[in-house]
Design a protein around this ligand. Sequence first.
Ligand code: NDP
Ligand code: MG
Length: 387
Amino acid sequence: MSGVSLTILGATGSVGSQTLDLIARHPGRWRVEALTANSDVDGLAAAARATGARYAAIGDARAYGALKAALAGTGTEVAAGADAVREAGAREAEIVLTAIVGAAGLAPTLAAVARGARLAIANKETLVCAGPVVRAAARASGSVLLPVDSEHNAIFQVFDHAAPQRVRKVVLTASGGPFRQWDRAAMGQASVKDACNHPVWSMGAKISIDSATLMNKGLELIEAEQLFDVGPDRLDVIVHPQSVVHSMVEYVDGSVLAQMGTPDMRIPIAYALAWPERVETPCARLDLAAIGNLSFEAPDLERFPALALAWAALRAGGSAPCILNAANEVAVAAFIAGQVGFLDIADIVAAVLDRLGSAPLEGLEAVLAADSAARRTTEAVVKERAR
Ligand code: NDP
Ligand code: MG
């Protein structure tokens, strides 16, 4: 099969399956080298069969037999375990789309960056916890980093990469999430279902909950700093409930360039896959007359303290973003498991940042150590608060 070789890390998730949808619409344009999942054997096997993937890796080592059986009679090589997922990133493919959720995406991402692959990055947690490590590896190998996250993809499209000093501000838009108009008392009682009920985007559970706390926007500020290097003072957030303006770049002359479109992740995914070209997508076209009004408001840092925590971690630098991310992953998992309430998520992250402080962070070993120390501390804090 011809086409540009492509690996999808996290092929069974929300972003992964939208990527599969796009490549099926452009037969011959991309050839799938490797696909990965964590435990969804059926989803991974179906995707491998549909695409003729050469390699399929499942994170859960116990699922090896089931995946092997599900792919019997195909030419797909099957492997299982965290090393097998990392290997998917290491295998020759021109483009690697990273759509694993959480810092679990770090090792396969680094394997892809080390060999100079072009990266289409959805997995923001990897940039938050280890941005400097990923960027240094990309500089060394010549790997190009293309953002898939809709805001960063928007910024990438309107950013003057040749003259970043002309950028006065990078403004990320936020939908405001499902609790934009809820008071703190109601948020305290919010269920996992409430938190996952995003008004605009349909996404995986973890990012949906991050969107409800606004931690997602906080992670995205840090992600933006890693991708565009403008410094915390030139980053800003504005709430825009319609999610039509995906983000903006203001220039020194007062011009503001924005990228717009219907809220459909297949647009930024297609951009990152086809770059520097563009391809057709089946997305609804933007009909501004039908939408009528676009509104904007300042974020409320009191009702959404997670955003303030992320701002502070971005400014503190060092290990703070890594600790913030790890604590948030553990706290969100505890909320999903029913161990803590919705408002506890930000409280827990704050307590962990307080306990651990920020230290200089250099190199992968230091990142991994900070990440696991933060996870241990967060588990202890969750136990203290568990209801
Ligand atoms: P999902 O939860 O829908 O999918 C996550 C994917 O990662 C699945 O393929 C899952 O496999 C796999 N996975 C989960 N844990 C592990 C692990 N420990 N090791 C290996 N693989 C694992 O997430 P989304 O698609 O919503 O999000 C993916 C990433 O993209 C996140 O970082 C998110 O922040 C970012 N993003 C998502 C957007 C969206 O619209 N969904 C928008 C912008 C960014 P399995 O199915 O087997 O569990
Ligand atoms: Mg986003």
